[in-house]
Every structure is written in structure tokens, then in C-alpha cells.
Design a protein around this ligand. Sequence first.
Ligand code: NI
Length: 258
Amino acid sequence: MIFETHAHYDDDAFDTDRDEILRLLHEKGIAPIVDIGASVKSTEEAFLLAHKYDHVYAAVGVHPSDSADLTEKDIEWLKGLTEDPKVVAIGEIGLDYHYDEPDKEIQKKWFVRQLFLAKETGLPIVVHSRDAAADTLEILSRDEFRGLKGIIHCFSYSFELAKKYVEMGYLIGVGGVVTFKNGRKLHEVVRQTPLENIVVETDCPYLAPEPYRGRRNSSAYLPYVIEKIASLKGLSYEEVRRATYENAAALYGVRKDE
Ligand code: NI
């Protein structure tokens, strides 16, 4: 089995064949799958998918790019969802300074608020951080958030930073980008990060690995990611598959036995 730690099957890109894909993935041994909320609407849909499929679980949370209209009422609603056994994480939450909106202070406010939610509920976090290395590290390093566990998803920074996160107890999420020719920085991160701190993810429908780059991604392509990690680290496919499965199962607290 392969553990898919980060997918968005609630996305419109899967409207025509969502059920077929999720059923096929299970047959192909890709399970569990964690469907990650990114807005109020997608969190709602992730929650429904998790209840429709035995092998699908949900992360509930609001992505920084969708945080502009958040209210304390939404946080209370998220908190209510966390009482459900199929909700396994708070995410994706974080900071995205790639675009100017929403304002950095608004993004930080809701990132911090959702980190407190993770702390209150004891759930791990799924962190999205893009062009925001310093502020993400500063916030996650605060005393009040020490002891939180989670995944730094679609890791795009240097090995030095990956090392800091590993020392803090975080896992590094590796996806399709690792197969790209221009993925040198990430190759270095993968080579040097201990296997016990790596999990695999797709972020589908985005970021399909080679040879499918640019097309709609799906968890069926995770073997390409595992293969690339294995080759970068000089390990077998099976060693990487098993370790990334165990790392994810321990973090999310769920497994679909092999
Ligand atoms: Ni995502």
C-alpha cells in the first residue's frame, strides 16, 4: 500500500470521474488517502468524501489564500468537525506570499489561530508555505507551538531549513516536483533528509510528476515519486514505500493494513 498524505479530490477537476478514480486507487493499493481542505467549501467536501469512502480521511482547515473572509465562527465550525474520527489533521494552513492578497497580517492571524486549534484538538498540521520561509519558521518556532506535529507540505525551501523542521519533529512532504529536471534544490533536501522524516503526496490535481507533468495529477502517479526518492537516496522502491507509509500512518494515526 502507498499512503497518499495530501490530495484534493474535492476539486472540480475530478467532477466527471471522482468516484471511479477513488475506487480504482483503492484497488491499486493507494490507501489511505487524506483529502485536504483548503477553504470552507472544500473542507466541507473533504469531510463528505471521507464519509463516503472507507479509505479516505479528511484534513480540515483554510489555506492562507482563502483566509481573507474567515471569522471566529468558521473556526468554531472547524473545531466541531475535528470531533469526527475521520478527521485526522488541521490543514492546509500556512502562509503564501507569492501573491499580494490577502494581506500578510491577515494570513498570519489565521495561521496562528488554526495552530491554536491544532493544539487544542491534539491533531497534526498540514502546512502550506510558499515564498514565506522566514515568517513560517518564526511562527512554528514559537514556544506555544512547540510539540505540534505535522507535514511541511510540498517542501520548496533549502536543506538547511528542512533540517530545522526535522529537528522540530516535522515531516517533509515530497511530491511530483521531485521528478522535475529543475528540482535540484529539492533533490538535495531528499538526499540529505532521513527517510523517517519523509512522506509522499501528490497535491492532485496539481503538480503531476514526470512523465505526466502539466496534466491532471492523481495518486496513481505516486510510484513515480517513490521511485525518484529511492534513486536519489540509493534505496529500493520497497524501502521508500514502506517507510513513507509508516511515517504517515504514525502521524495521522490511521492505516489500511497491507
Ligand atoms: Ni494542497
